[in-house]
Write a new protein. Structure first.
Length: 85
C-alpha cells in the first residue's frame, strides 16, 4: 500500500516570553543571558515582551505558574522557557 507524503500545518501566536530561572548561583547563568539577548532584540519593537522570574524554591515555582495561569485567563499567550539544573 502506497502512502502519500505527510503534511502538517499549524498556526501559532504568542504575546509574551516568560523565562523561569531555577538555576543555582554556581550554575552557568543561561537564563539571564537569554533574557538580556531577548530584551536587546525586542526593546524597540515589542517592549515588555520578555518577562523573567528568578525562582529559589518549589513553592515559588508553583506561585509563578499560578500567576501565569491567571494572566492567561486574561489574554496572555506565553512561551514558557524554564531553566533547571
Amino acid at each position: 500500500m502506497a502512502h502519500g507524503a505527510l503534511s502538517f500545518s499549524s498556526k501559532f501566536s504568542n504575546n509574551s516570553l516568560v523565562i523561569i530561572d531555577c538555576l543555582g548561583g554556581a550554575d552557568l547563568q543561561t537564563a539571564i543571558h537569554l533574557r538580556d539577548e531577548i530584551d536587546d532584540a525586542m526593546s524597540e519593537s515589542r517592549p515588555g515582551y520578555c518577562r523573567y522570574f528568578k525562582v529559589t524554591s518549589a513553592s515559588g515555582f508553583f506561585d509563578i505558574l499560578e500567576l501565569i495561569n491567571t494572566e492567561a485567563q486574561s489574554g496572555l499567550r506565553p512561551i514558557l522557557h524554564i531553566e533547571l539544573t
